[in-house]
Ligand binder design. Structure first.
Ligand SMILES: [Zn+2]
Ligand SMILES: [Zn+2]
Length: 258
């Protein structure tokens, strides 16, 4: 309500649905009871407030409409629909539909800073628009899957490494080395270090990681650190670095929010 008047004074007209509980909304409209397809309206020099009963009560505010109606043909009758509601439905249907589609996936509610909300919303709106074009090109799949694929491709460019569950566990959970348990015949066994062997070096170690799914043997120190911080030790050094820069950047972005 407080926004309509300053905008009207700047000759910017507005029309939109309103929360009747908001301060300044005419109480007389709130208490007016309507049957289906009935309307009630109040206006002053700049602003029109309308209550319209469709399946439920709809409240509208407009500074560009007069209290006029349009005739809408139903199956059995003709109804008088307020012009403001009619225009709003006509023009805003697409926006509401977008918002409905995005609502389950919106990340913007996780942050309080408004400019982050707006930026994230605009990015997600752009993703949604691309999804619509993508679907029109005949591709199938859900919006969620489409978003996941975009995130995956940004984090792991080139698609060389799929972010499987074991990769997520390896890089994001807490890991502590342990000594490989001995037997009566082999009291202090040693195994090939996973990282060294991937670099073509044969080196044995008595330590392994009990927290990774397949319990890899790893040299203490550098190899243990590499295994739990680098996405893939098999790719060549250059490629690995660019991937690491991407994941570090995305982790930095995520932690900035918390
Ligand atoms: Zn090693
Ligand atoms: Zn581990």
């Amino acid at each position: 309500m407080p926004l309509f008047r300053p905008l009207f004074l700047k000759q910017i007209g507005c029309c939109g649905t309103a929360q009747p509980s908001r301060q300044g909304f005419p109480q007389r409209l709130l208490t007016t009871r309507l049957a289906r397809w009935e309307r009630a309206a109040l206006c002053n020099e700049e602003l029109l407030a309308v209550k319209w009963r469709d399946k439920q009560d709809v409240y509208m505010l407009s500074s560009i409409h007069a209290d006029k109606t349009v005739q809408i043909e139903q199956a059995t009758s003709v109804i008088e629909k307020p012009l403001s509601v009619h225009d709003y439905d006509l023009l805003m249907g697409g926006v509401d539909f977008n918002d409905q589609m995005l609502a389950p996936y919106l990340l913007s509610r996780r942050t309080r800073r408004w400019y982050k909300k707006v930026s994230v919303y605009l990015i997600q709106l752009a993703i949604y628009n691309s999804f619509v074009l993508y679907s029109e090109a005949g591709r199938t799949g859900s919006l969620l899957k489409f978003q996941e694929e975009i995130i995956e491709n940004l984090l792991y460019p080139g698609g060389s490494v799929a972010p499987t569950t074991s990769v997520v566990i390896r890089l994001h959970e807490r890991h502590f080395p342990n000594v490989v348990a001995g037997t009566s015949t082999q009291p202090s066994p040693r195994k090939r270090c996973r990282v060294c062997s991937r670099s073509g070096i044969r080196r044995d170690t008595s330590y392994f990681c009990p927290d990774c799914p397949d319990h890899p043997a790893l040299c203490l120190g550098e190899c243990f650190r590499k295994y739990h911080t680098q996405v893939d030790q098999r790719t060549n050094r250059r490629k690995r670095c660019s991937t690491d820069v991407h994941s570090e950047r995305s982790i930095a972005l995520l932690s900035e929010d918390t």
